[in-house]
Design a protein around this ligand. Structure first.
Ligand SMILES: C[S@@+](CC[C@H](N)C(=O)[O-])C[C@H]1O[C@@H](n2cnc3c(N)ncnc32)[C@H](O)[C@@H]1O
Length: 259
């Protein structure tokens, strides 16, 4: 997308923004360099730690460790340079979403975190009726509810793989930097397609790059981290008119699609 130029930040953040550590050891800080070589570090930091989690939505044990990490991060998620990085990515995703779907009525953010993107969309789309966010981490949802100042915003705990919404409930579905954490990406995309109304738009932003192929050979085996693999999954889930956009630095890309 031509209007979206990466800032002078470097890929450091892309290596760790989704890890459980705010300032992970061995990862360089803003403006000091760093690079995609850091990415495998993320993989190493995200071991699953299966534990019993009564009262939580059920998902495969391999995903639980991730969610606990996000629960811990929730209170400070929007703070510091990592928070600013997420805001930048979300702002660009909002630009892209509204370029595709300028006046959505019902919006869903899958893996919404603390709800920043939806808060932005609520400001920018005054005619939207409903802006719903879903996240697997209960503490993220708690933080999203606390920050929400608009009655049209609603948040609930749940997983992408089993969205608790009826078919065709939304005309815009977005997801930013969450897809890589989904335990079953195929099922999650199928669910996104199910809840999207015919003609609705889907915007999926995450790490998609051939630079990430080494990670696929390590702990991220099976994840759709390249445009090609993600496009195949999206097509299998029934999405069409796929268009890829550079969103942030060299790794964060977004794909737009329609149902
Ligand atoms: C890196 S954060 C991104 C949050 C927010 N979308 C943003 O852009 O700042 C990833 C989020 O995805 C959530 N998540 C991970 N797996 C999920 C799943 N299967 N279903 C829904 N949310 C999930 C995590 O709990 C976490 O809040």
């Amino acid at each position: 997308m031509t209007g979206l130029q990466p800032p002078r930040t470097v890929t450091y953040g892309l290596a760790c923004y989704c890890s459980g550590r705010e300032t992970p050891a061995g990862i360089t800080q803003p403006g000091r360099g760093g690079g995609v070589a850091d990415v495998p570090e993320v993989v190493r930091t995200r071991r699953s730690r299966p534990t019993g989690c009564p009262g939580r939505p059920r998902w495969p044990a391999t995903a639980r460790g991730n969610i606990e990490v996000f629960d811990q991060r929730a209170p400070g998620y929007e703070s510091g340079w990592l928070g600013r990085l997420h805001h930048d990515i979300a702002n660009r995703a909002a630009d892209l979403a509204l370029a595709c779907s300028p006046a959505p009525r019902r919006v869903l953010d899958v893996g919404c975190g603390t709800g920043y993107l939806l808060r932005e969309l609520a400001i920018r789309v005054p005619d939207a009726e409903e802006l719903a966010g879903l996240d697997a981490a209960p503490a993220m949802i708690e933080a999203a509810r606390s920050a929400a100042m608009d009655d049209r915003l609603s948040f609930r705990t749940g997983v992408a793989e089993r969205l608790p919404y009826p078919a065709a409930a939304f005309d815009l579905v977005v997801s930013t930097t969450s897809f890589d954490h989904w335990a079953d990406q195929r099922a999650g995309l199928t669910e996104c397609g199910r809840v999207l109304a015919p003609g609705g738009h889907f915007v999926l932003a995450d790490q998609f790059s051939a630079w990430l192929l080494p990670a696929l050979l390590a702990g991220r085996r099976g994840k759709a981290r390249t445009k090609q693999r993600a496009s195949q999954l999206l097509a299998a889930a029934g999405f069409r008119s796929l268009q890829w956009h550079s969103l942030y630095a060299v790794i964060i890309r977004a794909v737009t699609a329609t149902k």
